[in-house]
Design a protein around this ligand. Structure first.
Ligand SMILES: *Cc1c(COP(=O)(O)O)cnc(C)c1O
Ligand code: SF4
Length: 365
């Protein structure tokens, strides 16, 4: 954290700083608020204002404190500060590139695989990631109360015995208070054929104070529970974030990481290596590296697949296998996540020497 950052808030005591609700109440949500912390013009151009009116901004004081104020290419700032390019709605980009709306048997429940479903339990997040592929939801209010939304989802899962895993996603499920979260977890856990729960949350990265002792006790009661978070840059692995992950792990819950490959943020081998090694050091398992989806408002983050494949080829040699994520592109509909695996010339040549490998693996159908 930048020194004395907390003093910039009138009620900025270190006790308040550690209170996640205080963090949420003090999020930067306007360009003028941002200008108090970062050295950049507060007005913005027309494009920027248009981007902002379509995709709101919210940044927790904690995450803001990690940004270098005088660097407008700061990799954390790129992830949360609105950019005029979000308003450039290029042809070919869709609000919902995965057509998730077509895979919802009931509102907010996405089923693209027979055995697991993803529940969008809220549209809210602590800090809005500018690269979010579900940014289309940010301005949509929750259409009914949590209980009635949950009832329909739970009913569908109950009558579909093939479903053995429920993923709580959003938005960020940890935006709920502990009691509501307990309600959601228990509702799904009490379905006899649901064997495993999973939470996808960026709280350890953008709001680590949310990981309280009480929260961990609730999570622990709902094991087997798997926790996926999203670190995209090594500067996000702070002592606070590491402590948050450690608390979850101490409750007996494995923590994995899903990064998004983002231009200017983590698309270099050095940065990615340092991110992966950093995660390995805090026992967080790199799980997926997502190729950035062609979602509207995210185009400026997209790299080409070749960049990603080259990156993975380098990492394969320079990182521990335990720290190597699977590079995937999420595809619309039932195809799911397609692994993108680099087959560099040396690997192809090595495999060619072993004809039985080479003949067999290309033609799997
Ligand atoms: C990614 C995803 C899952 C989980 O896939 P895993 O490969 O098991 O991590 C489940 N449902 C939906 C809709 C998804 O997008
Ligand atoms: S935390 Fe997840 S859902 Fe929320 S804005 Fe970031 S990527 Fe999107």
């Amino acid at each position: 954290m930048r020194k004395n950052f907390v003093c910039r808030f009138p009620d900025g005591t270190s006790r308040n700083w550690r209170d996640w609700r205080w963090q949420l109440r003090h999020r930067a949500t306007s360009l003028s608020a941002l200008a108090r912390f970062l050295e950049r013009p507060s007005g913005g151009g027309e494009k920027l204002r248009s981007a902002l009116s379509r995709y709101p901004m919210a940044i927790t004081p904690y995450y803001l404190s990690l940004i270098q104020p005088d660097n407008d290419q700061d990799p954390l700032a790129l992830q949360c500060v609105p950019d005029a390019r979000e308003a450039a709605f290029s042809a070919g980009l869709a609000d919902d590139p995965l057509r998730e709306d077509r895979s919802m048997p009931v509102p907010n429940l996405i089923q693209r695989y027979p055995d697991r479903v993803l529940a969008i339990v809220t549209h809210r997040c602590a800090t809005y990631c500018r690269h979010c592929s579900r940014k289309r939801f940010w301005k949509t209010s929750e259409d009914s109360s949590l209980k009635s939304r949950l009832t329909a989802m739970v009913r569908h899962v109950s009558k579909t015995p093939q479903i053995r895993e429920v993923i709580l996603s959003g938005g960020d499920p940890l935006m709920f208070d502990d009691a509501s979260l307990e309600l959601i977890l228990s509702a799904f856990a009490s379905i006899p054929h649901v064997e495993v729960l999973r939470i996808g949350s960026r709280a350890p990265v953008v709001l680590p104070m949310r990981i309280t002792g009480n929260l961990c006790r609730i999570l622990k009661r709902h094991r087997p529970l798997w926790f996926n978070t999203q670190f995209n840059h090594p500067s996000e692995i702070t002592p606070d974030a590491a402590r948050a992950c450690n608390r979850i792990q101490e409750a007996g819950i494995p923590v994995s990481n899903q990064s998004v490959l983002l231009k200017g943020v983590n698309d270099s081998p050095e940065v990615m290596k340092s991110l992966l090694n950093g995660l390995q050091k805090i026992s967080v398992r790199p799980y997926y590296l997502f190729h950035c989806e062609p979602a509207r408002g995210c185009n400026h983050f997209r790299t080409d697949v070749r960049t990603g494949l080259k990156l993975m080829d380098k990492l394969r040699q320079s990182c521990s296998g335990l720290a190597l994520p699977q590079y995937v592109a999420d595809l619309p509909g039932r195809e799911g996540k397609a692994p993108l695996w680099p087959l560099s010339r040396p690997i192809r040549n090595a495999l060619r020497k072993h004809q039985d490998f080479f003949d067999n693996f290309e033609e799997l159908d």
